[in-house]
Write a protein that binds this ligand. Sequence first.
Ligand code: NDP
Ligand code: 2IT
Length: 447
Amino acid sequence: MALEQKVNDFMAKIIAKNPGEAEFHQAVHEVAETIIPYMEENPIYKENKILERIAEPERVILFRVPWLDDKGEIQLNKAYRIEMNSAIGPYKGGLRFHPTVNLGVLKFLAFEQVLKNSLTTLPMGGGKGGSDFDPKGKTDNEVMRFCQSFMTELCRHIGPNTDIPAGDIGVGGREIGFMYGQYKRIRNEFTGVLTGKGREWGGSLIRPEATGYGATYFAEYMLNTRGDSLKGKVVTISGSGNVAQYACEKVTDMGGKVVTLSDSSGFIHDPAGIDAEKLAFVMHLKNVKRGRIKEYADKYNCEFHEGKRPWGIKCDVAMPNATQNEVNEEEAKTLIANGCFVVSEGANMPSAPEAIEVYSKAKILYGLGKAANAGGVAVSGLEMSQNSLRLSWTREEVDSRLKQIMKDIHETCVKYGKEGDYIDYVKGANIGGFVKVADAMLAQGVV
Ligand code: NDP
Ligand code: 2IT
């Protein structure tokens, strides 16, 4: 049977078993395309149905979250925790609070997380969770009451050696604080059950920065393979949240020029570059005032493109740092036509399959999310280590470990993805992440 047919047959079963979960199908398909050929050469994985097993969560927890808004009215949200795979460590992965959250979205994220965590070199299994709660427009008190109600149920299922959640879209320091307080109150224990904690109460230095810094280091390592670097490069970034902010900071530190940022209302284009002072404005606007990116354009007198994404702006490097499927085929073609030759994904699955096809035909340096954005969860792993040691490392210590991990991930991609002069990072990351989990599952029997 031709390989394509094998992938199609495998996907037909996944689709039948998980109806309506489009993002989950998309994530599994991308992995199946590289792992099915690999299993032809390594039949032990096929005989042991490893791919089928890793595409089925070990456990899914679904619960309701009732809470009272400021008017005293009852509000109700749906919430989930997907415990995807614990072959190489406890379940680990973020929580997303966004109105688009549903089972399929969280299963795609949990599936990606298993392979990503394996790539980090640290002993972490994969999970993901969240709720369709929208923090936008809510008061701090409403967010607190929601987080407390959410954790009142979630706390039965997680633990520092079982399942360790963290942040993702809509979950930052404020939400982690409220959830940690409630966990501690119910369980009467001060442990490393969440990562992304504040530095005074068990958090790690560099965790807030880690995803954006890591995706930037990954771009640099990709450029190094062509004897090049970020110095002097024009960079477009989407998003203006946690990942986008620290990517912007690191790119600028490394000599690049960031010319765009966005939110769900549109993007700003600042040809002069978003320097440290302008970024401080963005951080205050987004993290404290919780305002819209358009205010940047008003303040610095540059263009705001309402309802648009930044991929039409000429750049050398693109960093999609907002959300899934935010670069489509047309946008990928435009990027390439404008000379972009590096894509480093801070977001999870931001490029549609057709966009990936375009990158791979053009043979650009394409660092997919599960490799390029693994720095966030890697430093979460380092936060867990520090919590277990009851010590905290310096900024320099954590940053140098982060850099080394991103370098190791890059090397794993090269090891499994090198084809002549070209490095297929999709193939490299998928196989590199898969092998460790698959071997652990083989060793642990039919579980
Ligand atoms: P934040 O909530 O801090 O920021 C998200 C940003 O993306 C905001 O600017 C938001 O705009 C924009 N955005 C979100 N959803 C959409 C949408 N549907 N359409 C357009 N814009 C959107 O999240 P993070 O920065 O933490 O996460 C960004 C991405 O990075 C996600 O894909 C996440 O999974 C991934 N990631 C995060 C890690 C972390 O450690 N935080 C680790 C690894 C990956 P608006 O405010 O208007 O909604
Ligand atoms: O997608 C991700 O890797 C994250 N949101 C971070 C997960 C974590 O546990 O730090």
